[in-house]
Design a protein around this ligand. Structure first.
Ligand SMILES: Cc1ncc(COP(=O)(O)O)c(C=O)c1O
Length: 474
């Protein structure tokens, strides 16, 4: 019998409807034609339709969207899957809106979209600290004993984990989920960087396989969908499907893009058909790359041997550069300008290369050759790491109350003792430095001043130079 996973019902429906000869008198008014000069986008314009007969309604799916979501749910081992058109951002907000109750346990290395969800939902964060890998200045997974201690002191509505992290670090999600369930709390997972995990046994197990109740994946990052297209999976656990569907309807546009939705359908089919073979190639290439980089003087490469078994997605290649005398920023600039090699991320300490289903051997070996040459030519005195772990502030108000309060802007140097009205997250190490409602202590003022001087990247703050900050005007 033919495997239903060979079908792409939504993509086929979009193609069929787009190809019909008819008089079109509805939006989008571009009538499937790219503006003059934009011919390279014509293929996308051709499929850019709205909820016409023969297509479906994302908010009440009863046709090809419903079928495509069912196939995705089966492929990912979920009870139900929702297609998202505004990235994991909207999915995380749906998940958090769907858990009634005040307290949410979560690590300090959440993405800022989760902070937005705290503001929208009014949830009260209870923070746990992820582990720190000092050589790479990275935040990682949450240790089960740390979650157990927090659960012992809080009757929380839910627990949320970020897994894997941007740099591919994954903890023991099965153990964490068992702890959350033992305390009656659902486990929600920000799996934005893990849409590919399910398709190769050499990768850490995905959230659904670990028994999570809800997980959000940026299919556009590693699963082959168009940028913004993502999925929200409901596990077989305790989340209320009706409440989740209703939260999903609150967070998604009423005009979802059919090219994005169709790309999710195609990405799922491709991952099922070829994901394992393509990830096998990416893993082999990652292995070759790590072995070649290990021979380069001054580089330190994060490898599976540096963390407990199964805690690293090897397709994320993290390379600390400070031993060469170059910051990660400088190394990334030279890689691009001299060798035409573009990496995913650079920080003062490291560069991150992402290998995936589309990476070619030339891409991977190009990075190895370029870094080898760079180390030979640039080798200088090693640098010490500038970035420190931020001090933990004290909570004065919940994020929603602080964000909605009247605020004023003050010079950072005058902010000690005041309550932040905004989120400030400094990268690296990518932790939330201050959440809305937390007191800006003198330690935080010092930390932020140093981060501003070093030009570290700042997320969330209205003034990214950090000369001023927004505080609650009591
Ligand atoms: C850990 C994490 N969660 C969530 C997101 C948001 O994902 P998206 O860009 O798909 O909305 C990101 C984005 O980079 C992320 O790194």
């Amino acid at each position: 019998m033919r495997d239903a996973q060979e079908d792409a019902p939504l993509y086929d429906a979009v193609r069929r409807v787009a190809g019909r000869q008819a008089c079109w008198l509805h939006v989008p008014a571009h009538r499937q034609k790219a503006p003059r000069g934009g011919e390279q986008l014509q293929g996308v314009y051709h499929l850019d339709l709205t909820e016409l007969p023969g297509l479906d309604d994302l908010h009440c799916p009863r046709g090809p969207i419903e079928r495509a979501q069912e196939l995705a749910a089966r492929a990912y081992g979920a009870d139900r899957t929702f297609f998202l058109v505004n990235g994991s951002t909207g999915g995380l907000q749906s998940l958090i809106l769907a858990v009634p109750g005040r307290e949410l346990i979560l690590p300090r290395n959440i993405h800022r979209s989760v902070c937005a969800a705290l503001i929208f939902s009014g949830a009260d964060p209870v923070w746990v600290d992820p582990v720190h890998l000092p050589e790479f200045n990275l935040s990682g997974w949450v240790e089960p004993r740390c979650l157990a201690a927090t659960l012992a002191n809080h009757r929380s509505a839910a627990v949320l984990m970020v897994r894997p992290t941007y740099c591919g670090l994954a903890g023991d999600l099965k153990a964490l989920t068992a702890l959350a369930h033992g305390a009656g709390a659902p486990m929600l997972v920000d799996e934005a960087h893990g849409a590919h995990l399910r398709f190769h046994p050499g990768l850490p197990p995905d959230a659904m396989a670990c028994g999570a109740d809800g997980a959000v994946q940026s299919t556009h990052k590693t699963g082959g969908a168009l940028t913004q297209a993502a999925m929200l999976h409901l596990g077989r656990g305790v989340l209320d499907a009706g409440r989740l569907a209703s939260a999903f309807n609150l967070t998604q546009t009423t005009s979802p893009s059919f090219p994005l939705l169709a790309s999710l359908d195609l990405a799922r089919r491709d991952l099922v058909r070829e994901g394992r073979a393509r990830l096998e190639e990416a893993l082999d290439l990652a292995d070759v790359l790590r072995r070649r980089l290990a021979r380069c003087p001054g580089l330190a490469v994060l490898g599976p041997g540096d963390v407990p078994d199964g805690f690293l997605d090897p397709t994320r290649v993290v390379v600390a550069t400070r031993g060469t005398g170059l910051t990660g920023w400088e190394a990334a600039r030279v890689l691009w300008e001299r060798y035409r090699v573009r990496v995913e991320l650079a920080t003062p300490d490291l560069i991150l290369a992402v290998l995936g289903i589309g990476t070619t051997r030339e891409d991977g070996l190009g990075l190895a050759t370029a870094l080898g040459d760079l180390c030979r030519r640039e080798g200088r005195k090693p640098l010490s790491s500038p970035a420190a772990w931020p001090p933990r502030p004290v909570k004065r108000l919940g994020p929603r109350a602080a964000w909605s309060a009247a605020w004023r802007r003050v010079e950072l140097s005058q902010a000690a003792g005041l309550v932040s009205a905004e989120l400030i997250a400094v990268h690296p190490p990518g932790l939330i430095t201050v959440c809305p409602g937390e007191e800006i202590t003198s330690g935080i003022v010092e930390y932020l001043a140093r981060a501003g001087d070093l030009g570290l990247s700042v997320h969330g703050a209205a003034d990214a130079t950090l000369r001023t900050v927004r505080v609650v005007d009591f």
